[in-house]
Design a protein around this ligand. Structure first.
Ligand SMILES: [Zn+2]
Ligand SMILES: [Zn+2]
Ligand SMILES: [Zn+2]
Length: 262
């Protein structure tokens, strides 16, 4: 059983974003708004709430652009800076909602978050300055948030274990260059697949476009979107060479998906 849901691509760029600071290449200087990529994040709207995946360094601008004024939960894929550095901006949602924000991550991600954001987790009294008020949830199986049942999907990001997420017909697999053996059965029958595709040149921790297309062929979703792109991939040129049913995602893209009610 599925329910109607929506996914907004808040950011579709790699860790540097596109344009890169100080780069004069054709993509970084392009007039095409599709070539402006903030750091990677999506917002999933389910039957009874909105769930953010990762708090990127661009989270504040992304929330303003999309008019995000409520968050029912935040899910973290992993602890790299391009996925967590907007964490402090969850404070604004504490004010808006008058409550802590439920945040979900693996134990490994929480361990890194506790170091990176030590002031949030410190026991000692603070000397001024607010902190995000959150409720820590450790992901060790499917979670129910925003009226959706969301299944963590184990992925490999080089030597690092990270999480993708699936709900109903939709799956979001960013920051990976290999699917764990346990991931394949969890992705069976997926309808709308979002997949990391950094660039064409091989990379030790991200899929190339070709590698991403191999995964798409194996899973055979109805449609697929590539994300986490560098400035090597201009939107128009790259789009022109993708097979039918596969598109480059872009900042601001909103798609309808079928989520699993929970
Ligand atoms: Zn460039
Ligand atoms: Zn990463
Ligand atoms: Zn990343």
């Amino acid at each position: 059983m599925t329910a109607p849901g929506r996914v907004a691509f808040l950011g579709t760029g790699t860790s540097h974003g596109v344009p890169l600071i100080g780069c004069r290449c054709a993509v970084c200087t392009s007039d095409d708004p599709h070539d402006k990529r903030t750091r990677p994040s999506i917002l999933i709207t389910g039957p009874s709430g909105q769930v953010l995946v990762d708090t990127s360094p661009d989270f504040r601008q992304q929330a303003l652009r999309h008019g995000v004024d409520r968050l029912d939960a935040v899910l973290y894929t992993h602890s790299h800076a391009d996925h967590i550095m907007g964490f402090d901006d969850l404070r604004r949602f504490n004010h808006l909602q008058g409550a802590p924000v439920a945040c979900y991550a693996s134990e490994a991600t929480w361990s890194d978050m506790r170091q990176t954001f030590h002031y949030v987790f410190a026991d000692k009294p603070r000397t001024g300055g607010g902190i995000p008020e959150i409720v820590v949830h450790v992901i060790d199986g499917p979670v129910t948030v925003g009226g959706m049942r969301i299944v963590p999907v184990p992925l490999w990001h080089g030597q690092m274990r990270v999480l993708g997420f699936r709900t109903g017909g939709f799956a979001y697999l960013t920051d990976c260059n290999r699917l764990d053996d346990a991931a394949w059965p969890l992705l069976e029958g997926v309808d709308t697949l979002v997949l990391d595709a950094l660039r064409d040149k091989p990379h030790s921790t991200h899929f190339t476009v070709r590698e991403a297309l191999d995964v798409v062929e194996r899973l055979a979703p109805r449609c697929a979107y590539l994300t986490h792109m560098t400035h090597d991939l201009g939107h128009r040129d790259t789009s022109g060479r993708l097979p039918a049913g596969v598109q480059l995602a872009y900042d601001g893209l909103v798609i309808d998906v079928a989520v699993a009610p929970g």
